[in-house]
Each structure stands twice: as C-alpha cells, then as structure tokens.
Design a protein around this ligand. Structure first.
Ligand code: CO
Length: 156
C-alpha cells in the first residue's frame, strides 16, 4: 500500500469523465488500498480515483464520523433515486483550505459494484448522501466549487 499524490484544482484531469471499471482483480485492489491510505493520511471524508490521477469510476466514502468506522468502496456507481434537500458546507481534498455551501438531495439510493464486481445497493441520507453526491460528481469531471455558494478560504 502506498500514499498517492492528490491532484489539485487546476489540473485538467479533474475535468475529465472517468471510465467504467472492468478489472476487479489485483490491480484495482491495489488502487483501492492506496486510495484508502491516501484518504486516511489526508483525513478526508471521501476520495475519487480521479483525485489520484486514475480515470476510473471508483470512489471511497467514510461510513461514519471517521475512517476508523470503515469505508464504502463504490465501483461504477449510479445514483438511481434522490429525494429531499440539504444545504451544507463542503470542502474537497483537491481544493485545500476552501469551503462553500452546496445544495444536495437529503437521501439517495446508489447502485454500485464492490471490489469483486458484486452488485450492491445502498440507501444513504444526511452526511453520507452528501458525500456520495460529491464523489459521484468527480467521476463526471464536476468539482463542488462549480456548485458552491459563498466559496471561501478559512478554517473549518
Ligand atoms: Co472532492
């Protein structure tokens, strides 16, 4: 396992659409391990593969308050249902030191594959739903700053 460098806003790779995952073997598992280590070191809530420069439809989101609660590994995710609304502060490991408010659905249902290619469905709400939407946007070249109000640089 290894910590990978996080790509910062301004790098054009963050604006590209990621490709579907077709390899559920060792190479992808190594990437997932490195993404976990990188997310842990950075103390973030989620990380998409594109943020370490890999254009694959993969992201991690923490299950609870911190990475110690475990992470969801979502490969080829699709948000199939959204409801409600929330408006809260977001930041991004690719945009260090900045924060802004973004409107998101309160609940989402996401279909994805796990690291072995097994289909899964998750219903998420609140913080987890927000994190899934943020990471899902990365797979389509969207960064939260595109949607944020009151983007600012300050301590959280
Ligand atoms: Co982000």
């Amino acid at each position: 396992m290894a910590i990978r460098q996080i790509v910062k806003l301004g790098d054009e790779v963050l604006r590209k659409k990621s490709f579907a995952v077709t390899d559920f073997g060792e190479r992808t598992h190594e990437l997932l391990g490195d993404m976990y280590d990188t997310l842990k070191k950075a103390n973030g809530a989620g990380l998409a593969a594109v943020q370490v420069g890999v254009l694959r439809r993969i992201f991690l989101v923490i299950k609870g308050e911190s990475i110690e609660d475990g992470v969801y590994e979502m490969l080829n995710p699709e948000i199939i249902k959204e409801s409600g609304e929330q408006y809260g502060t977001e930041g991004c490991l690719s945009v260090p030191g900045k924060w802004g408010e973004v409107k998101r659905p309160y609940k989402v249902t996401v279909k994805y594959q796990d690291r072995y290619g097994k289909p899964k469905t998750l219903k998420a709400e609140g913080f987890l739903a927000k994190a899934i939407c943020h990471e899902y946007d990365h797979l389509n070249g969207v960064v939260y700053v595109d949607k944020a109000d009151n983007l600012r640089a300050e301590e959280k």
